[in-house]
Design a protein around this ligand. Structure first.
Ligand code: CMC
Length: 432
C-alpha cells in the first residue's frame, strides 16, 4: 500500500473514510474499496469490470492506450521475433526465460505428457460428428478431472506443476481428436520426436494410409500465433478460470470453464466469426454496405475482429499477425488470397471512417489470425480451439499464481438488487 489515499465523503451522514491506494510496478494504481461496505454500507458497481482490478498479478501487462503487451516484462513483439511457444509457456509459468538446459528439460516434460488416457478418446464417439469442436474440447477437458481427481492436491506445488504440464501437453491431442472425429478419420497418436506445433499439425493432417510431412513454414506460423495468444491479462476466460478455481475446484474443471468462456464471439470465438463475416461480405464492393450496417445502432451486425475492451490503439498482436499474413501466404504459395485482400481493404476503409476513429475501434488479434489458420488448412470451426490450445498456458499460469497465493479468497461479487421486496407466500388456490 502506498502513502496515497482517496478520501470518500458520505454527504448524508457527513462521515469520511480514507481508501488506501496500491501502486503496481507499472500501470494504474488501484483504490482499495474493501472497507466501503463495512464503513458506509454500500457496494461499488462496475458491470463488465471496466475499472475494477480483480486481483494482483505479476504475469502480463497491457497498456491499452499505447498498444503495449508485456509477458513477464518482455514485449510481445520481441518474443514473437525471437522466442518459441514452449519458451513463452515456460516464461509465463515460471516468471523467467529458461536457460538452454531448462528449456530442453521443459520441452521434454511437455512432450512426455502428450498422450491422453485411451478411455478419454472414446468420449469423442459420444458426440455427433458435427458437434462444435469447442463443445467437445470443453467436455473432454472437464472430463480430465475424473481421471486426475484423487491424485490431485492443489495445495501441493508438485501436483500443481504436473497439472500445468499435462494441460499444455494434452490440449493439442484433445483438439486433434475433436478434429479427427468431425471429419471421420482415425485418431493419430502424438509423436514426441516432433516439436509442439509440428506434432499438432501431424495429429491433424496425417492419416494411416500415406506419409505426411509437416511443412516447417506451417509449424513456424502456428508457433508464432500461439505466442501471441498465450496470455492476455484478466480477460474473460482467464477471469473465469480464476473465479472457478478460487472455490478450490478441480483445476481441469476450472480450465474447462475457461474453454467455455473463450468460445463466445465477443472473445475467442471472434476468429471464427471474422472468417464467416469475410465470406458473407464476399467482395470489396460490398464493404461500404457492411461498414454502414456495423455503424447502424438498430442493426446487431458488428465488424468482427474490430474493437477491444482494453486496446484503444492498435492491438500489437494484430500488427504482427498482419505482417505475418503476407509472409506466410507467400511462403505457402498462396500469393493470391482474395480473403486477405478483402480483410486489408476492410481495415483500410474502417480506419478512415469517423465512427471507428471516434470510438477507437482497431483490428484486434482475431481479425487476421483466421486467414493464417485457413491457409494452413485448419477448418473455420477449429479456429477457436487453436486459440484455446495457446491460451491454456495463460489460464494455467494464472491458476497457479492464484492457488499458490495464501491470501486468495473465494471470488464472490455482490449485486445491486432490483427485484421484489419481501412478500408473503400465497397459496395457489388464492392466486388470481
Ligand atoms: N463494430 C461496430 N461497433 C463496435 C464494435 C464493432 N466491432 N465494437 C465496439 N463497437 C461500438 C459499440 O457499439 C459501442 O458503441 P456505443 O458507444 O455507440 O454504444 C462502442 O463501440 C463501445 O463498444 P462496447 O461493446 O461497449 O465495448 P466493449 O469494451 O464492451 O466490447 C468488444 C469490446 C471486443 C466485445 C467489442 O468491441 C466487440 O464486440 N468486437 C467484435 C468482437 C471481437 O472482435 N472480439 C474479439 C476481441 S479480442 C480477442 C479476445 O478477447 O479474445
Amino acid at each position: 500500500m502506498s502513502d496515497k489515499f482517496f478520501e470518500l465523503k458520505d454527504v448524508e451522514s457527513g462521515t469520511t473514510s480514507r481508501l488506501g491506494v496500491s501502486e503496481g510496478s507499472i500501470g494504474p494504481a488501484v483504490v482499495d474499496i474493501g472497507r466501503l461496505y463495512r464503513d458506509h454500507g454500500v457496494f461499488t458497481s462496475d458491470p463488465g469490470f471496466v475499472a475494477t482490478a480483480s486481483c494482483e498479478s505479476k504475469i502480463t501487462f497491457i497498456d491499452g492506450e499505447k498498444g503495449v503487451l508485456l509477458y513477464r516484462g518482455y514485449p510481445v513483439d520481441q518474443l514473437a521475433a525471437n522466442s518459441s511457444f514452449l519458451e513463452v509457456a515456460y516464461l509465463l509459468l515460471y516468471g523467467e526465460l529458461p536457460t538452454a538446459s531448462e528449456q530442453s528439460e521443459f520441452a521434454g516434460l511437455i512432450m512426455h505428457h502428450t498422450m491422453i488416457n485411451e478411455t478419454l478418446l472414446r468420449f469423442f464417439n459420444g458426440f455427433h460428428f458435427n458437434a462444435h469442436p469447442m463443445a467437445m474440447v470443453s467436455g473432454v477437458v472437464g472430463s480430465m478431472s475424473a481421471f486426475y481427481h484423487d491424485s490431485m492436491d492443489i495445495k501441493n506445488p508438485e501436483h500443481r506443476e504436473i497439472f500445468a504440464h499435462r494441460i499444455i501437453a494434452k490440449m493439442p491431442t484433445i483438439a486433434a481428436a475433436a478434429y479427427k472425429h468431425s471429419v471421420g478419420q482415425p485418431f493419430v497418436y502424438p509423436r514426441n520426436d516432433l516439436d509442439y506445433c509440428s506434432n499438432l499439425l501431424n495429429m491433424f493432417f496425417a492419416v494411416p494410409c500415406e506419409d505426411y510431412e509437416v511443412d516447417p513454414v506451417a509449424a513456424e506460423a502456428l508457433d508464432l500465433l500461439f505466442i501471441l495468444h498465450a496470455d492476455h491479462e484478466q480477460n474473460c476466460s482467464t477471469s473465469t478460470v480464476r473465479l472457478a478455481g478460487s472455490s478450490g475446484t478441480n483445476p481441469y474443471a476450472a480450465i474447462a470453464a475457461g474453454v467455455s468462456a473463450l468460445w463466445g464471439p465477443a472473445h475467442g470465438g471472434a476468429n471464427e466469426a471474422v472468417l464467416k463475416m469475410l465470406e458473407q461480405i464476399g467482395d470489396t464492393s460490398q464493404i461500404p454496405k457492411y461498414v454502414a450496417r456495423a455503424k447502424d445502432r438498430d442493426d446487431p451486425f458488428r465488424l468482427m475482429g474490430f474493437g477491444h475492451r482494453v486496446y484503444k490503439n492498435f492491438d500489437p498482436r494484430a500488427k504482427i499477425i498482419r505482417e505475418m499474413c503476407h509472409k506466410v501466404l507467400t511462403q505457402l504459395g498462396t500469393t493470391d488470397s482474395p480473403m486477405f485482400e478483402l480483410a486489408l481493404r476492410l481495415e483500410e476503409i474502417a480506419l478512415q471512417d469517423e465512427y471507428f476513429v471516434e470510438k477507437k475501434l482497431y483490428p484486434n488479434v482475431d481479425f487476421y489470425s483466421g486467414i493464417i489458420y485457413r491457409a494452413l488448412g485448419i477448418p473455420v470451426s477449429m479456429f477457436t480451439v487453436m486459440f484455446a490450445i495457446a491460451r491454456a498456458v495463460g489460464w494455467v499460469a494464472h491458476w497457479q499464481e492464484m492457488t499458490a497465493d495464501p491470501s486468495t479468497r473465494i471470488g464472490r461479487p455482490r449485486q445491486l438488487y432490483t427485484g421484489p421486496t419481501e412478500r408473503d407466500y400465497i397459496a395457489v388456490s388464492e392466486r388470481d
